[in-house]
Write a protein that binds this ligand. Structure first.
Ligand code: MN
Length: 202
């Protein structure tokens, strides 16, 4: 079964004014769609891998995917999975302080929500070029702030992504141009803590 583009869980303009509708249209309809198309093209060479769930494919990249298509699956499979998570990590009227388990876990790991945000934004600013900033749970279930380059998934290094922000320029350039710091700050207004709680329980 080929992979397909997941629908956005809200209209393109739902995250205005923090993320503009045009960016959402291009990001979902063009960039995310391209990762889906390129992942399917890469898997054509090994059709049995169409049956493997994408999270497993990325967690076991070296053992499951033949070397000739490994980089394509890492890049485009990561692109598909990261964006699937990204759309769900946001919602209209989101933001505010974390709730429930997420609040306890973040306060426990980082001392406070403010400190966590500071570490997350710093990691987002330090990512040179394109990539992602993450809240992950490591193999011992310790929460960490990390960053990956390009479309690398935390799953490939044994970490479970709980929340992720896309710091590729395509995620913010139309509205924020070179001001990644402003995008990172605005993004906290659309964070979906319900989804983080769902992933923590998961
Ligand atoms: Mn993106």
């Amino acid at each position: 079964m080929p992979h397909s583009l997941v629908p956005l869980p809200y209209p393109h303009d739902a995250l205005e004014p923090f993320i503009d509708a045009r960016t959402m249209e291009i990001h979902h309809g063009k960039h995310h769609q391209a990762y889906v198309n390129n992942l399917n093209a890469a898997l054509e060479k090994t059709p049995r891998l169409f049956e493997v769930p994408l999270d497993r494919l990325l967690a076991e990249l070296d053992s499951l995917v033949p070397e000739e298509s490994r980089l394509a699956v890492r890049n485009h499979g990561g692109g598909v999975l990261n964006h699937n998570l990204f759309w769900k990590s946001m919602k209209p009227n989101g933001g505010g302080a974390p709730t429930g388990m997420a609040a306890d876990a973040i306060n426990g790991a980082f001392g406070s929500f403010e400190k966590f945000k500071e570490l997350f934004d710093e990691a987002g600013m330090k990512r040179f070029g394109s990539g992602w900033v993450w809240l992950v749970a490591d193999a011992g279930n310790t929460l960490k702030v990390t960053s990956t380059a390009n479309q690398d998934s935390p799953l490939t290094v044994g970490q479970r992504p709980l929340l992720g922000n896309d710091v590729w320029e395509h995620a913010y350039y139309l509205k924020y141009q070179n001001r990644r710091n402003e995008y990172l700050a605005a993004w906290w207004n659309v964070v979906n803590w319900d989804e983080v709680n769902r992933r923590l329980r998961g």
